[in-house]
Write a protein that binds this ligand. Structure first.
Ligand code: SAH
Length: 249
């Protein structure tokens, strides 16, 4: 299927089956006609996160609307490793950066979490959803990471399914008596289903730290002697988990 990789690739909502017709929305029609300069008879690929990836032919296109006919399936649906990223909202541009990179690194789900020191609780989930779709299109993944509503840390822990390991990135472990194993030592004990928890710019409070460490399903980890920004910490830990337990191994 390598030869298909040069064809544009679009996420669509509709169910995908051979021979079906499909209308694209205005933004995607504009992208196909004006940005990609595609015309009737040209091919592309479409996916909806459920039915795998399909070849499609343009049967009609202008800047405002485009129609496709679905051809053969080019790839069957796959499921990513079951790793979630739970993260405290940070500044808007950095939230977008975290979302984009988490999608590229194969996170299955993004869970915004409100902790005591969150300074920017508003997330703009709709915009982030678009960021996740674009990242999935670009990165050749066949699913879109789920983006779920923001919850408080207390509620997250109260309702946590204990079968899912919660890998808690604790910045205090780098220079205080709050001990934690280095990530590479801890991660072999945290197979899927798992989740990573990253704090806000101000870090976690000691009360939050104590509460987290009280939970049997929580594994505190250190990311080394340097304090990383939240986005760097999220991407580093996701990459390490994917290497130890996920699909980078
Ligand atoms: N202001 C805080 C740092 C917060 S960094 C302080 O100076 O202590 C944001 C988040 O990134 C942290 O809450 C933690 O989840 C993660 N993080 C950053 N550096 C880390 C490290 N060395 N080990 C583990 N987690 C880290």
């Amino acid at each position: 299927m390598r030869e298909n990789y040069t064809l544009p690739r679009l996420y669509v909502d509709a169910d995908l089956t051979a021979g079906a017709g499909l209308l694209l929305d205005r933004a995607q029609s504009h992208y196909l006609s004006s940005v990609m300069r595609k015309s009737v008879g040209d091919s592309l690929r479409v996916f909806n996160g459920r039915d795998g990836e399909w070849l499609a032919e343009i049967t009609d296109v202008n800047r405002k609307a485009a129609q496709l006919k679905i051809g053969l399936q080019s790839r069957p649906q796959t499921t990513p490793p079951d790793i979630w990223l739970c993260f405290a909202p940070v500044r808007k541009a950095r939230n977008a950066f975290i979302a984009e990179k988490a999608a590229e690194l194969g996170a299955a789900r993004l869970q915004p979490v409100l902790t005591e020191r969150v300074q920017f609780p508003k997330m703009g989930l709709e915009k982030l959803e678009l960021t996740l779709i674009e990242a999935a299109e670009q990165t050749e993944r066949l699913d879109i990471p789920a983006l779920v509503d923001t919850v408080s840390l207390g509620k997250l822990l109260d309702e946590w399914d204990p079968k899912r390991a919660l890998i808690f990135a604790d910045e205090a472990s780098s220079n205080t008596e709050w001990e934690a194993k280095p990530a590479l030592e801890a991660l072999p004990n945290c197979p899927a289903p798992a989740a990573i928890l990253i704090g806000p710019e101000g870090g976690f409070t000691d009360a939050e730290r104590a509460r987290l460490r009280d939970c049997d399903f929580v594994t505190p980890v250190s990311l080394g002697p340097r304090i990383l920004r939240a986005d760097t910490a999220a991407l580093s830990l996701l990459t390490l988990w994917q290497a130890v337990q996920g699909d980078l191994g």
